[in-house]
Design a protein around this ligand. Structure first.
Ligand code: MSP
Length: 513
């Protein structure tokens, strides 16, 4: 049985259409899923939508819709964006699906029976945009506005059911002590650790006055707090209650989230799992936030980066590439047209696209359209081979830590090296010579170019699947699906005699802004 790999994204609110922030996490999860599939693991990739709660109910009311009507509409925007972005999720969960609702009720019943839930009273502040209870101190600090969105906080005074979060504080701390990789990057781990150390307070997990949600099984006049509802998707999506088939994927290997929702995933979620006696995920990775032309994106500024324009013009891959190349995963970054076009032209069109077209072109012209048999190597080949041979290890260790940009840097270094190799070995000049030594030298050089291109195609496939399959059509190599990465990612795999076929440029250069 192959080793499993389970990756999740947050499930997205359906109050609004998807934007770059949603695309970012989902693309990153997709790259992980595709990489580990290539590596031969039994992968499960779950994404979905978070459809209950006050925020959705209010957004629906503003549009004179029932919440489910709004959800049914917006969920299609997410689905179609994922399709356009070439996202290969294995499942898509909506919190309004029966499978989720039934399992969530069972989960709550279990917590009630265990005595981990009690009835209490909450009086204080609530942020509807974040669906979060806010402490008095924080409310005062932010002038009774939501720290994230700036919208006014709501005063609530209600009877709620509470989850005994405080009871799990010591267990969580002990767990964190022993599992430093539970939260990544390390700075986020430290943040979580010190906040847990300051103390955990029990958490209100039901809302008495809210219609739009799943009912508390012990008291149908309450609906379950939307964050508890949403977090449980990660296990209801695997059929937690019957623990058959898909349950083999638990615990999740990586749960990707944005830094703003770290508290829910690194504190509330593990405590809920501990109460349920379910193993904790191996890693919660919090990525940073994008700004747009240096400005925070917000509804009021109406400046969200909409991926569609880029997808229309460039297809999914350039956008996928840019998101993971521009900023180290975990840090904040800025999106601008200029930086997008700069990377597109210099790294995709020039370094990569040109390498492919030069290589295929020369093999067609000088070697009858077939990858030649190489002769003996010189120091020039040795240094190119060294870069090629180190690639598998470098990429693999980068993936373990979700260091996508490091992986891409190592991959692109091979393209740079191969371009330099062409410049210094000058195959176009060799082709003018007719003596046997020059002919053999030419064959050696072009084999090395072909093999570099193949290896680039292998490691770039998780990032840019469509373009890389077009690359493999030009370099007629069709073994990717048939070989584990441990084999395809090695040097000297391309058989001599493989035909090549020139195709349209992978990434046509663009000068237009
Ligand atoms: N529904 C909750 C998640 C529940 S998971 C059990 C939610 N949804 S969301 O739609 O508001 O946001 C989803 C993700 O988008 C978050 O991880 C958030 O960090 C991310 N982003 C929203 N704006 C972003 C940027 N400007 N930049 C990067 N990611 C951002 O929260």
């Amino acid at each position: 049985m192959p080793e499993t790999f389970y990756v999740t994204t947050p499930i997205y609110y359906v109050n609004d259409v998807p934007h770059i922030g949603h695309a970012y996490t989902t693309v990153a999860a997709d790259v992980l899923a595709r990489y580990y599939r290539l590596a031969g693991r039994d992968v499960h990739f779950l994404t979905g939508t978070d459809e209950h709660g006050q925020k959705i109910a209010q957004a629906a009311a503003r549009q004179n819709l029932q919440p489910i009507q709004l959800a049914d509409r917006v969920v299609e925007d997410f689905r179609s964006l994922w399709q356009r972005l070439d996202i290969s999720n294995d499942d898509f969960i909506r919190t309004t699906e029966t499978r989720h609702e039934q399992q969530l009720a069972a989960i709550m019943s279990k917590l009630v029976e265990q005595g981990n839930i009690y009835s209490g009273h909450y009086e204080g502040w609530y942020s509807v945009t974040e669906e979060q209870f806010v402490s008095e101190t924080e409310a005062v600090e932010n002038d009774y506005k939501c720290a994230m969105s700036g919208t006014p906080l709501q005063r609530v005074k209600e009877e709620n059911y509470f989850f005994r979060l405080s009871k799990f504080q010591d267990r969580l701390l002990a767990y964190l002590d022993e599992h430093r990789d539970f939260v990544k990057p390390a700075a986020r781990f430290n943040e979580v650790y010190s906040r847990v150390k300051e103390g955990l307070r029990d958490l209100a997990i039901s809302r008495p006055s809210l219609e739009w949600g799943i009912r508390m099984p012990n008291d149908p006049s309450h609906t379950i707090y939307v964050w508890v509802d949403a977090l449980c998707n990660y296990i209801t999506g695997l059929n937690y209650t019957d623990q058959q088939d898909a349950w083999r994927y638990w615990p999740a290997d990586v749960q990707l989230i944005g830094k703003d929702i770290l508290w829910f995933h690194a504190v509330i979620w593990p405590c809920l799992l501990m109460a349920l006696d379910v193993e904790l995920p191996r890693c919660v990775f919090a990525h940073g936030w994008w700004t747009h032309n240096g400005q925070r994106m917000s509804k009021s500024l109406g400046n969200f980066v909409d991926p569609s324009g880029y997808l229309d013009r460039f297809g999914p891959d350039a956008f996928r590439y840019f998101l993971l190349r521009e900023v180290p995963f975990g840090r904040d970054g800025d999106f601008s047209d200029e930086s997008f076009l700069r990377r597109y032209n210099s790294e995709l069109a020039n370094d990569l696209g040109n390498l492919l077209s030069r290589t295929v072109n020369m093999i067609e012209r000088y070697c009858d359209g077939r990858v030649p048999q190489p002769g003996g190597s010189t120091a020039q080949e040795d240094s190119l081979q060294t870069v090629g041979r180190q690639l598998a290890g470098r990429v693999d260790s980068a993936f373990v830590d979700c260091k996508f940009h490091t992986a891409l840097e190592s991959i692109l270094a091979l393209a740079t090296e191969a371009n330099r190799y062409i410049d210094s070995t000058k195959p176009f000049a060799l082709a003018k010579q007719t003596d046997p030594a020059s002919r053999e030298r030419l064959r050696t050089v072009l084999y090395h170019c072909g093999e570099s291109v193949r290896l680039l195609g292998v490691f770039l496939t998780p990032f840019m699947p469509g373009s890389m399959s077009r690359l493999f059509e030009q370099l007629c190599w069709d073994q990717l699906e048939r070989m584990p990465l441990s084999q395809s990612g090695q040097w000297s795999v391309l058989p001599a005699g493989t035909p090549v076929r020139q195709g349209p440029p992978l990434f046509p250069r663009t000068d237009r802004k």
